[in-house]
Design a protein around this ligand. Structure first.
Ligand SMILES: NC(=O)c1ccc[n+]([C@@H]2O[C@H](COP(=O)([O-])OP(=O)(O)OC[C@H]3O[C@@H](n4cnc5c(N)ncnc54)[C@H](OP(=O)(O)O)[C@@H]3O)[C@@H](O)[C@H]2O)c1
Length: 308
């Protein structure tokens, strides 16, 4: 079968090559891939990967073979799911606890944004508890996770401040549900009950300073590549507040995320209440233009590759 494999250290590169098909475990369905979305965490380190590595986390396709333990959707069902590796391949073995049937009316491209970006946004917001009337701040707000987080937080009744890196990234964020859009976290005013932080470095430090008493700061990314130190006496000054790390794969492994949350977001998309923000699509025969656009911060939302 064909798969997109990394081409090695001469720079970020991917090539379609023949690889061995997967051998599904008893709790895994075999899915024939039709679409996948690109994530910064995948494309950011392409050149560092061993040549021939098959990456890929977001899987959309059709069940070719039901899981042998009988769990999950049946053969022929259109599905979306999450895997930790080897998602960019014609056939993917997907654990059924992170696999959901796609309802009519939701396109493959729309569903493809949900496993990594959607589940991360969902869980980060959930870690903040009841959001009704709370002040939520989202950094990296114009990116894939950020645009879904703005919408889900707004649907949950929060007052959302979106932080962007450049003024031109403002477009569309108020329409998604942000009540305020600021350029750089230093421009945010007041205290926040929940902060979703994915830029790292000085953004993480500032986020810790503007957290409300009893607030929650969820750190899940470092798009800037910078380290961010938190003052060891921070907890003394922020009694009751928490800083929590989030890794979506750990949450799925612990069964705190998976099929149920995918199904709920699919239903929101089907009802027209959640916009997947797919703004770039391309063929997996020519993935590098989309990869480069994402690395260059030129994707206003999500980039999706279709398997043709
Ligand atoms: N822990 C987890 O499980 C998990 C899951 C999903 C994602 N993540 C991480 O969360 C972050 C956001 O993911 P995403 O898919 O939303 O990424 P994305 O679509 O590439 O968006 C990244 C956003 O970060 C902002 N940014 C600020 N400084 C940046 C810099 N120096 N370089 C690049 N971007 C910068 C950009 O803002 P402007 O364009 O406005 O400047 C952009 O909107 C990434 O770091 C990703 O690796 C972690």
């Amino acid at each position: 079968m064909k798969a997109l494999v990394t081409t090695g250290s001469s720079g970020p590169g991917l090539a379609l090559t023949d690889v061995a098909p997967p051998q599904p475990a008893s709790n895994q369905a075999l899915v024939t891939l039709t679409a996948t979305s690109l994530n910064r965490g995948e494309v950011g380190h392409l050149a560092d990967e061993e040549p021939g590595t098959v990456l890929g986390w977001d899987v959309v396709g059709t069940v070719a073979q039901t899981a042998s333990d009988g769990s999950g959707p049946g053969a022929g069902t259109r599905v979306v799911g999450l895997v930790g590796e080897r998602g960019w391949a014609e056939q993917v073995a997907v654990p059924t606890h992170a696999l959901a049937a796609i309802p009519d009316g939701v396109t493959d491209a729309a569903a493809a944004v949900l496993p990594i970006a959607g589940l991360t946004a969902w869980r980060a917001l959930e870690m903040g508890g009841l959001l009704l009337g709370s002040r939520v701040l989202v950094t990296g707000a114009a990116g894939g996770v950020g645009r879904l987080a703005i919408q889900l937080a707004s649907l949950a009744g929060a007052d959302v401040t979106a932080v962007i890196g450049r003024p031109e990234r403002r477009t569309g964020l108020v329409q998604l549900g942000a009540s305020d859009v600021v350029v750089g976290i230093e421009a945010a005013t007041g205290r926040y009950d929940l902060i979703l932080e994915s830029v790292g470095g000085s953004s993480l430090c500032t986020a810790s300073e503007i957290l409300a008493p009893e607030g929650v700061l969820v750190t899940y990314g470092r798009s800037s590549g910078e380290d961010g130190a938190i003052d060891p006496y921070w907890f003394g000054d922020h009694s009751g507040a928490r800083i929590e790390g989030l890794l979506v794969f750990t949450e799925v492994d612990r069964h705190r995320l998976g099929t149920t949350q995918l199904e709920r977001m699919l239903a929101l998309i089907a009802a027209g209440r959640l916009d997947p923000q797919v703004t770039r699509t391309g063929s997996w025969h020519d993935p590098m233009p989309l990869v480069q656009a994402l690395l260059d911060r030129q994707v206003d939302g999500k980039a999706v590759l279709t398997v043709d």
